[in-house]
Design a protein around this ligand. Structure first.
Ligand code: FE2
Length: 321
């Protein structure tokens, strides 16, 4: 017989998922040229007021009030530091950590007040290839910036190269609570944890690394102005401009001085959970390049997005019991 507590739902296990992307931290042996590149990109350096930046790191903010969206930390080799997601309160941080722990996720840092740039309260866990994921609430707010400028509003999505797309997809869905929005053949899978068509995507590859990081601008006009601003700074896209089928978003992919691929994007599909049905898109121009302007991915784009094997990752391991 069910207890009153069970009937009222208080014994229902917590099934949360992380909130919106907050920021990405990247590792690089060389910080040279990154400030100039990302200032042209429309990001602003995070100042020293909140504890400052060591000479061995750089942080940048977008238009929103997220403390920062991108941080580079000097390291021996290029790779991913961590991807940070939001949580609505401290108890959600605690409950999500407990849920992941129960599901066998490796917790690499228990919930705590964080001493990193921007502070906040959060925890860190590792995915099956060792990528570090943080869930953080109560970070310091950035000063509001003037609106109406064609500048990146926020981090839109992060695409990751994996050696086992099926395992990583299953883990992010079953354990972390993401949903599959679409596939691009059996080469890419687009995952959402909110209304955006994708916040994380995986690309099947020969090694684990960062594929690209996308920043959203507010409109198609802002997208073109942003591409023009980069052109004025002497930087052309590695691939694009174009519009993808999966997600329907505009794209222009670049190479930054550290060898990572940032993307300017706009217009990403917003998902109606009640009616959305995932599809499998074909990797042909009519589906991956809707404007027929971009052509196939350039060799430079392919090589830069492949990156080098991330020393922070390891062969995938996950006991899907
Ligand atoms: Fe993208």
């Amino acid at each position: 017989m069910q207890t009153t507590e069970a009937l009222q739902g208080s014994m229902t296990p917590f099934r949360g998922r992380p909130g919106r992307l907050r920021h990405v931290e990247l590792r690089t042996p060389d910080l040279q040229g990154l400030s100039d590149f990302y200032h042209a990109w429309g990001l602003e350096s995070v100042g020293s007021r909140d504890g400052g930046e060591a000479e061995t790191s750089l942080a940048f903010r977008a238009q929103g009030t997220n403390h920062h969206v991108l941080r580079f930390v000097e390291a021996e080799a290029a790779g991913l530091g961590h991807i940070a997601f939001a949580a609505s309160c401290r108890s959600d941080v605690d409950r999500l950590c407990g849920q992941w722990d129960q599901l066998g996720v490796e917790i690499t840092m228990e919930p705590a007040d964080l001493q990193n740039l921007g502070g906040g309260y959060g925890f860190e866990a590792a995915d099956p290839e060792g990528r570090r994921l943080r869930v953080i609430t109560e970070m310091i707010a950035a000063d509001p910036r003037p609106s109406g400028l064609a500048l990146p509003q926020r981090l839109a999505h992060v695409v990751l190269n994996t050696v086992d797309i099926d395992m990583l997809c299953a883990f992010y869905v079953k354990v972390l609570g993401f949903s599959v929005s679409d596939w691009s053949e059996h080469q890419m899978v687009f995952l959402r944890n909110g209304s955006d068509h994708h916040s994380i995507a995986f690309n099947q590859a020969s090694h684990a690394s960062v594929n690209h990081i996308a920043y959203e601008v507010g409109s198609l006009d802002d997208f073109l102005v942003s591409v023009g601003r980069m052109k004025s700074a002497g930087v052309d896209p590695l691939w694009g401009i174009g519009r993808h089928g999966p997600g329907n978003n505009c794209f222009a992919y670049y190479g930054d001085p550290a060898g990572f691929v940032p993307e300017i994007t706009a217009d990403v599909d917003q998902i109606d959970e009640a009616s959305w049905v995932p599809r499998v898109w074909q990797r042909v121009p009519g589906q991956s390049d809707l404007w027929h302007l971009a052509g196939p991915p350039s060799p430079e784009f392919r090589a830069t997005a492949a990156g080098q094997p991330d020393p922070g990752c390891h062969p995938p391991r996950w006991d899907d019991a």
